[in-house]
Design a binder for this molecule. Structure first.
Ligand code: ATR
Length: 288
């Protein structure tokens, strides 16, 4: 029940009506007994600065930011987490003195999924498929977690090169390299970790994968496809058929929300509550 004391959280983006975040955060508020409500706020492109200032004036306790505002919102912040700054994208605003501080819990979400599924990045050779916004963030995560090398494979070489250069420049070492997707044959040896970030295989194109050659998958010991619909992508099936472990992106989505809720409220969400939210998300998204 919304009362005079109820704190307000929300998400700004356009569109926001399809977002799973209200379900996730209102459920967390219920489970933790915190007096909070989470609502969607559609915000037009070009209106982010005003929206963030208004939210602060309205004492909005915290916000998520989604497409198309994840980069534009940065100029409206008073502080930013260093990892989010280097990724160049913020999805979570935490109230602080004089304004909001920005974080990227998308990437914290993937970090937690990888930890939970026992896929360490440290000292590993990582194959990153794709070079969009998600891939850029993940390349920085891999570098921050001290991966041995990050092979960025993309259909458009220049976009892979942009990400590799940004990571190498930030870390002052040749930790990432760019390659054309079709050149996967140059990957030597085995035991790679793979992270699939292209849109290939997304519902309804469930029988597609960015690479279909079995020989590629035999090089990979474990991988995550950040797609969660379908729950088992063609990439995951190919990887499992080749003997590797494969996971979808639903836990990344879960933990980006859990991490944001924890930041806003300075608490830790326990595993029983996390599992309850995960099950509710699967029901809502009709994922089996
Ligand atoms: P996000 O921000 O979610 O990462 P994005 O910026 O739309 O998404 O990036 C989509 C990624 O999927 C890109 O790497 C894109 O490759 P290009 O950079 O060459 O466009 C990749 N992608 C989309 N369709 C593809 C296809 N049919 N084959 C290979 N890669 C594809």
């Amino acid at each position: 029940m919304v009362k005079g004391t109820t704190g307000v959280l929300g998400i700004i983006g356009n569109p926001v009506a399809h977002s799973i975040s209200p379900l996730l955060h209102n459920m967390l508020a219920d489970l933790t007994g915190l007096d909070l409500v989470y609502v969607p706020f559609p915000v037009e492109k070009g209106e982010v600065q005003k929206a963030v200032e208004g939210a602060y004036a309205l004492h909005i306790a915290g916000m998520n930011v989604t497409v198309p505002h994840k980069s534009d919102v940065i100029s409206a912040l008073v502080d930013i987490d260093p990892l989010a700054e280097h990724i160049g994208a913020v999805n979570t605003l935490v109230r602080s003195a004089g304004g909001y501080k920005g974080y990227n819990t998308d990437i914290l979400g993937l970090k937690r999924e990888l930890e939970e599924e026992e896929i360490p990045l440290q000292g590993e050779n990582v194959i990153l498929l794709g070079s969009g916004g998600a891939a850029r963030a993940i390349a920085f995560l891999c570098a921050a977690e001290r991966a041995k090398h990050i092979y960025i494979l993309n259909r458009t070489f220049e976009k892979a090169q942009d990400i590799a250069s940004a990571v190498n420049q930030y870390y002052g070492a040749q930790i990432a390299s760019a390659h054309l997707l079709k050149d996967y044959g140059m990957l030597q040896g085995q035991d790679y970790i793979a992270i699939q970030t292209t849109s290939v295989g997304l519902y309804p194109n469930v029988n597609e994968a960015p690479i279909t050659d079995e020989a590629f998958y035999q090089k990979i010991k474990a991988g995550v496809d950040i797609i969660y619909n379908p729950a088992k992508t063609h990439f995951m099936k190919l990887l499992e058929n080749a003997g590797g472990r494969a996971y979808n992106g639903l836990k990344m989505l879960l933990y980006q929300g859990v991490s944001a809720f924890e930041l806003w409220n300075d608490i830790q969400i326990g595993s029983a509550d996390t599992t309850a939210v995960y099950e509710a998300m699967k029901r809502e998204l009709q994922i089996v």
